[in-house]
Design a protein around this ligand. Structure first.
Ligand code: PGA
Length: 224
């Protein structure tokens, strides 16, 4: 089966560029999951893309100025949500407990959860990932997708070796009694794609900054 590509735009792009991007990338719209800035989600949904949201809040509605719920995301056609991204853990101090709530409310609302796990520079990946999976998925009974995103590889142009990715992916899979899908994210770009394409126990990739360049994204899709 073709590997999944998740384009995580983060807080990038402004409107005229988004429309040009949609036009250029539409030829591969059915071979991607795009996670744009939330305000652009309807443009992608109405252009036929499969869309993920980069974050949700817990609760269905209420007095949470500035937040978006899983229920609202679902209502506009979103089908995936990224939870536990290292930028959310670090910049927004998200705990495994909050992440666990987000996972549950997303699943209750019918969203597919992409749970990100991974160590910071110098940390023992086994210890960190075990904790993130056990606490992040506490009392979760429905399947989720996992992304291995070592924080030190995000936006740094420094990647783990293929051997290291294979080892970590096997470790992640050992926690699940179903055939969990595991993705890799962190400095995936057109130069690294040929090497990464050889990691055979992965189900896909999250592409951050490089996914905002439509030519590069199309190249990455072809290679991976
Ligand atoms: P990057 O980001 O590809 O820019 O390293 C990946 C991610 O944070 O999902």
């Amino acid at each position: 089966m073709e590997k999944m590509i998740v384009a995580n735009h983060k807080m990038n792009m402004i409107l005229p560029d988004v429309l040009e991007y949609i036009d250029k990338v539409s030829s591969i719209s059915n071979r991607l999951i795009v996670c744009p800035s939330s305000i652009y989600i309807p443009y992608f949904v109405s252009s036929g893309f499969e869309v993920g949201i980069q974050n949700i809040y817990v609760g269905d509605n209420g007095a949470y100025t500035g937040e978006i719920s899983a229920k609202q995301a679902k209502s506009v056609g979103v089908s995936y949500v990224i939870v536990g991204h290292s930028e959310r853990r670090k910049v927004f101090s998200e705990s495994d407990e909050l992440i666990n709530h987000k996972v549950k409310i997303a699943l209750q609302n019918g969203l597919n959860v992409i749970l990100c796990v991974g160590e910071n520079e110098g940390e023992d990946y086994k210890e960190v990932i075990k904790k993130q999976i056990i606490f992040g998925l506490k009392d979760v009974t429905l399947p989720v997708l996992i992304t291995y995103e070592p924080a030190w590889a995000i936006g740094s142009k420094q990647l783990p070796s293929n051997e290291k990715i294979i080892e970590v992916v096997d470790y992640i899979k050992s926690f699940f009694d179903y055939d969990v899908k595991v993705l890799y994210g962190g400095s995936v770009d057109e130069n690294e794609a040929p090497t990464l394409s050889k990691v055979n126990n992965l189900d896909g990739f999250i592409v951050g900054l490089s996914s905002t360049d439509y030519d590069e994204l199309i190249t990455i899709r072809e290679v991976l």
